[in-house]
Structures are given as C-alpha cells and as structure tokens.
Design a protein around this ligand. Structure first.
Ligand code: WT7
Length: 651
C-alpha cells in the first residue's frame, strides 16, 4: 500500500457542519428519508422543479441496462436555463462573469445570454443544421462555448464538445465517430501567455472528416493575433461566428424535445485505444444536474459560483453550464492557466468577483499548496462560504490545506464522486447535513444506491472492494454512441444487472465511501482520464517504435503520471532526442495531457503467459520499487530478468 493511501485510510478527523450553515442549507436531512420512502416519487419531485412543455407518463422505464426517465415528457434544456429566468428579476442578473487570460473581461446577463443563444440557434438553423444533427464544439473557455452548447440544445442538435487541449487527430476521430455535420471553433485561445491555434488544428482535423459541411469560427484573438495564428477561411465552408450570429434574428422558439432525446455526446477514455462517446439525454440529465447543483453547492440567489473545470469535460457541462444556469445562478468562467501571469491568479479572481462557492480538483489544490500560502493570503477570500473537490481522491493533507488556507477554516468541503458516465454528482456530503472526513466522499446523495462488491459480486458491508451502482439514476449515460454492445460489455457485464464504475473503494464502519481510484487500465492524470491503450497506440504509431506499454506512476501533483516502456524496431538507437520526439509524438496524436513523463527503452515488455502486459511490474519499476533505481534500465534486458519473479505472483 502506498504511503498516501495509508494516510487516507488512517484519517480520523471529523468535521460536522456548523449550526449556521446547517440552518440555511438548501438540502436538509429529510431528503434522505424522502428518497428512501419512494425513490421514483422523489426523483419525479425533482423533475417538477424544471419547466416541462408536456408532462411525462412514466417516471422510469427500466429494461436493464437501458433506462428511460420521464418518458413521454417534453422540455427544452435551453428554455430551462434561460427563458424562465427572463420573466422575473433575474432578467438582468449576471449569468456569466468571464475573464480571459490576457485580462479582458465580459459579463453576460441572462438577457444577454438568451439573446446570443437565440441568435446562434438561428444561425445554426440557417446553415441547415437541424434536430438530431451532431455538432462538434472545439473552443477555449469563452462565453461562446456556453452559447454554442445552449444554441444546440435550443434547436435539438446534439453537441459533442472536444476539449481544446486535444490534438487535431483526437478531434478528427471524435467528429467521425459521431458523424458531426459542423464544428464550432475559434481562431485561437490564450494559455500561459501563448496562443493555441484552434482553427489551424480544426482545419487539419476537418480535412479527414467527410461529414463536416460547415466550420463556424469565433474570433477570440485580439489585434493581429488572429492572422498570425494562421486562421484561414475556406469559402463556402467556413464562416465567422460574429457575421452569422449578428445577422440572425434574436428570437428562436425552443424545440420541444422528448425527455429521452439526446442532449450531448462526450468522449471519454476507456480501456481500449478508442474513446467512448458517452450519450446523455435531456430530461433525466437536467433533473439530476439541477437538483445536485442546488443541494451540493447550496446555491442561493446572491451566490457567485466558480467551477474551474473546462467546458471540454463533463464537470464543465454539468456544473459550469447546465446545473448553475438551470438554477438561475451567476457563474464565473476563466479562460487560462492558474499561474498566469502569476501564481495568485485564482485568488485574484475570487476576490475581484466575490466568489462564494468554489469547485476545483485535488491536483490544482496540490499545486496551490506547493506554490505557497502567501498567494491566497494576499487576497481577500472572505466571500467564500463553500468549497468543492472533484476528479480524483483528495488526500487529507490537501483537504486540510484547502479548508484552512482557502476556506479560512469556516467553509464546508464537498468532495464529490461522479463520472462522465454518471452525468451528475453521485457520492458527496450534503454541506449542511453530513459530517465530513478528509479524503472521503462520504455517502450517496438521496435517490442514489451504491454498493461495495467483492470480486464475485457479493455485497460487502464494509472493507475494500469494487464500487457499483445498483439502481438506475436520472442522469445516467444511456449508451455508448454507435456501440451499444460496448455499453453492455463495459459497464454491465462485470457484475450483471449492476453498473460497475471502474473504481476500487473502501467502505468504513460509518458507511462512508473512500474511493481509491481506478482498478481498470484507465489512468487519472491531473484529474484527466487517460486510457493506457490510447497512449500505447499513439506510441506504436511512431515509425521507430515496435511495441509500447504504458502505466501510471504516483506523482506528487498530478496524482498519477504516465510512464511508457518502449521497444524500438531493430537497428534503432535509444537517444535522449528520440525520447523527446516520442513525447511530442504523443502530444500531437492525443494532446499535451497524454505526454508521458518518463520513457524507458527496453528490450522486452513483460507479459504473462496469456499475453497480458504485466502492468504491476512495470508500475513497480516506474516508481522505483522493483529495481530500487530505475536508471539501471539502461541495460534493456533488465526488465526481462525481473519477469520470472513476478510471473508467479501475477498468474
Ligand atoms: C473518475 C471519473 C466527475 C468529473 C471529473 C472526472 C475519479 C472523480 C472523484 C472523487 C475519488 C474521483 C474516479 C472516477 N473521481 N471524482 N471525488 N474521489 N475519485 O470525470 O473523467 O469521467 O473520471 O474520476 O476514478 O471513476 P471522469
């Protein structure tokens, strides 16, 4: 057991909610009883908080593993996020407070946002994009990202947001898998003072995408940067966003959507080389993201909510856009890096806008810790009243640091466990109800059932095992786009009838969950999900590489970092230059987030007799255990020599 894990499981500290917070909290303990009494009636109550065009006939139709929630009901997500707030005092409330990395700022009120979304929706329609069409969105963190998503939702087009840090090849594969008809991108974005030339990447992608008819380009770059970034426009295919949107009518009637119509596809890494298109639907998704935003982040009319996730991840979908806007909240959006131009950028933003609820990832918190307390201490963080964590297990040291140095000792922390597939938060404290333990996501939210299973699928009351979800939930994925067989196989075959999340976990004597991390070949690098096979495919795509095996190794800041074991094709020499080339190659194929930290050139990748890569041995080597000192790998045969000893253990 790693040192970090040991500290996690020894954690004894308890933090009950303060009486003041508890008294004003949106979510009270009675919610658990309500949900336990009648789960479906409970979720139906939550769905009634939305505005429906037509009521549903059945709350749940469950034909495992396919769920239909609120079947027969009709609604429109953008109308729920916008139109209903325009009728009252929220009309001129800030919906999005945005700050660009270079320091430019914009505020969009609900009315501004609605106008932009209506216009964009009409612009999409004018291009012939209609209900059911797939639209790829490849944008930096700018308000137009939210506008584009909501515009798709308004006309019933299905969006597929691709993180702006992904490469053109990743974008191409995702566009082709979904057969998208259009891409919405920008001339570029700003990141750590550099320009990310998104349009150039989009052009490279679209060259290999036969289904793409149109490319819409938001002008984000300032001054001469746009032409410098090489954003060239292909006549008849490409349009400037501002030309089309400005000319479009500011009223577009929201398309009445079936509750089970698709809202979006979001690709995530799995255990094969090919990312999975996770499919989310309309009514159930919006019901659960809206309810969890209200309960978990305790949003009130005057709150300013900042979820730091990029729109390219599910956290950005559910808790930057849909959940907060459905609740009529004010969100902060920031384009760039947390340490640009200085290491206090986040705290400066919190102080500038009076952020009250802040939601970020443990990997960021560990970086903040390392940078030093003087940065938060230099700003007034007194408006904060609640803190959140997501993406990976939070180590107790980081939890306590967050509570002390960001929360000033007064803010409850909600450690939220969920996944791209779950769509919304599943396991978390309710901030006014649950006593927290640093490092534990605590208990499932009302209306959600999780069970700890052993390898045979028996339910365990406590101890270690596999985390499974035993009842369907409103915001669950509906399938994998275009591959329902893979949906069955990936999530429902390990423990038939139950959803296997891919995570190992521990349940303590109080029934609290301690999620320990993935037990499959999926890694979590700085809160980003990366499939080992994807990186292996990228490596063997290099002309000099014969074979590759990738494992995660513990990393102080990122949680996990990638280590790659590479066998070169005969006659090639392992050089430092080649090592750098391979790293760049992976960045080009997938994106910079998938760049291995270490590359070891070896003569052999150890495999079991059945041909499975012995990842545990490789991990031990990468973390310096098996050999004591990984530099001895300079002798490429050394891995082969270790193999026998491990083979007997691994079977
Ligand atoms: C995986 C899902 C949910 C949005 C961000 C990631 C890990 C997520 C926690 C947490 C321990 C966590 C799990 C999960 N994870 N949140 N609070 N504690 N682990 O979404 O990319 O779909 O990754 O992230 O391993 O399976 P994702």
């Amino acid at each position: 057991m790693s040192h970090q894990l040991a500290t996690l499981l020894d954690e004894q500290r308890r933090f009950p909610p303060s009486p003041e917070f508890a008294a004003q909290a949106n979510a009270q303990a009675g919610l658990y009883d309500e949900a336990n009494r009648d789960r479906l009636a409970f979720w139906a109550d939550q769905a009634r908080a939305l505005e429906w065009i037509e009521p549903w006939r059945t709350v749940l139709d469950w034909q495992p593993p396919h769920a239909r929630w609120f079947d027969g009901g009709k609604l429109n997500v953008s109308a729920n996020c916008l139109d209903r707030h325009l009728r009252g005092p929220r009309r001129n409330k800030a919906a999005i407070i945005w700050e660009g990395e270079p320091g430019d700022r914009r505020v969009l009120t609900y009315w501004d946002l609605a106008r932009e979304v209506n216009r964009a929706a009409n612009a999409l329609k004018a291009l012939g994009i209609k209900k059911g069409d797939r639209v790829a969105i490849y944008l930096p963190m700018i308000p137009e990202a939210a506008v584009a998503m909501l515009a798709c939702a308004r006309i019933g087009a299905i969006h597929s947001v691709v993180f702006g840090g992904f490469s053109s090849e990743s974008l191409r594969d995702r566009i082709n898998d979904a057969a998208a008809v259009a891409v919405i991108t920008a001339d570029g974005g700003y990141r750590r003072g550099q320009i990310v030339p998104l349009k150039r990447f989009a052009d490279q992608a679209v060259a290999g995408c036969p289904t793409i008819k149109h490319v819409l380009v938001v002008q984000r770059l300032m001054g001469t940067a746009s032409s410098e970034a090489g954003a060239t426009m292909t006549p008849g295919r490409d349009y400037w966003w501002h030309d089309l949107v400005r000319a479009a009518d500011a009223k577009c009637a929201p398309e009445p959507m079936e509750a089970e119509d698709l809202l979006f596809i979001l690709y995530t890494s799995g255990t094969t080389g090919k990312p999975k298109g996770i499919v989310h639907s309309t009514g159930g998704y919006l019901t659960q993201v809206t309810a969890t935003t209200r309960w978990v982040f305790d949003l009130k009319e005057e709150d300013v909510f900042w979820c730091t996730a990029d729109i390219g991840w599910v956290t950005g979908h559910s808790y930057v856009v849909y959940g907060p806007l459905a609740n009529g909240a004010t969100v902060v959006m920031y384009e760039g890096a947390p340490d640009w131009p200085a290491r206090d950028r986040m705290w400066e933003i919190i102080a500038r806008y009076g952020v009250t609820v802040f939601y970020t990832a443990p990997t960021a918190i560990r970086a903040f810790m390392k940078w030093g307390t003087e940065h938060p201490a230099a700003h007034d963080l007194g408006t904060l009243r609640l803190l959140g964590s997501v993406g990976e297990p939070i180590n107790p040291e980081a939890w306590i640091w967050y509570q002390q140095h960001i929360g000033g000792g007064r803010c409850p922390i909600v450690d939220t466990w969920w996944q791209t597939e779950t769509g919304a938060i599943m396991i978390t404290p309710l901030p006014g109800v649950t006593t927290t333990k640093p490092g534990s996501a605590t208990v499932p939210i009302p209306g959600i059932s999780a069970k700890l299973l052993d390898a045979q699928g028996h339910v365990l009351e406590k101890g270690g095992g596999f985390l499974a979800l035993t009842e369907p939930w409103p915001s669950m994925l509906r399938t994998i786009y275009g591959d329902d067989a893979r949906y069955h196989e990936t999530y429902w075959s390990r423990f038939p009838g139950r959803y296997f999340a891919g995570d190992g976990a521990k349940l303590d004597e109080d029934g609290y969950w301690w999620v320990l991390g993935r037990v499959d070949d999926v890694l979590n690098v700085a809160g980003h999900r990366i499939g080992t096979m994807e990186v292996e495919s990228a490596l063997v795509d290099h002309p000099l590489v014969a074979e590759a095996a990738v494992v995660g190794k513990a990393h102080e800041l990122k949680g996990q970092a990638l280590a790659a074991f590479v066998i070169l094709k005969e006659g090639n020499r392992a050089t430092a230059q080649l090592r750098d080339d391979l790293k760049d190659h992976v960045a080009r194929k997938i994106g910079a987030i998938a760049k291995p930290d270490d590359i070891f050139f070896v003569a052999d990748v150890p495999k079991t007799r059945s041909g499975k890569i012995m990842r545990r041995l490789l991990k031990d080597i990468a973390e310096g255990r098996a050999l004591g000192d990984t530099t001895t790998l300079a002798d490429p045969n050394v891995v082969a020599k270790l193999k026998d000893q491990y083979e007997s253990e691994e079977g």
